[in-house]
Design a protein around this ligand. Sequence first.
Ligand code: CA
Length: 230
Amino acid sequence: MARVLVVEDDQFVRSALIRHLTEAGHAVRSVGTALEALREVAHVGFDLVVLDLGLPDLDGGEALKMLRGITDVPVIIATARDDEAEIVRLLNDGADDYLTKPFSVEHLSARMAAVLRRSRGGAPGAEPPSRATRVGGLSIDPLRRQAELDGVALDLTRREFDLLAFLAERPGVVVPRKELLAEVWQQSYGDDQTIDVHLSWLRRKLGETAARPRYLHTLRGVGVKLEPPR
Ligand code: CA
């Protein structure tokens, strides 16, 4: 599912696009002018914009530049003009792809899927690679700031996530408390209790205790390490 803005002044094309995209499970909004489009993207978060070039108020190329001034949302240009120089210029101006009218809905779907895959962090034509660090059943994705344990998302605070991610980058290594304070809390000195409190919250979310550790091991007077359970 993607949130799609359709910018198209032709009522017939517009309702066909809306119908098709809605049937494909997307959340669709539509406008008929470039200025309305600018207002929409300024107020609503979209995953993709399908932009008709022949709009009544602004030249499509101008509209694209203005869109790019306020958002980096992926834009697919829909154009009746089969003009290579124009298309190259639009791609240079920040369009992600284009379709020459008339196009089939299948063609649009395929282009949309490719653009969304790219914008969501994958390589073209491939599933997005996992950037998650894995330690046993733990999976930590620093880009998305998401952590999972055995496939179940963990609801972590910012600090808990930072702590877990920092330890997960060095599995099996005992990290001194001083280093944790400096790297995770950005403090050159501090109270050991700060770390202990966050560790105990994190432990609870990982379903373990200090007495019966699985992933998080505290070595008294030395530091903390994260490693997969034996
Ligand atoms: Ca038009």
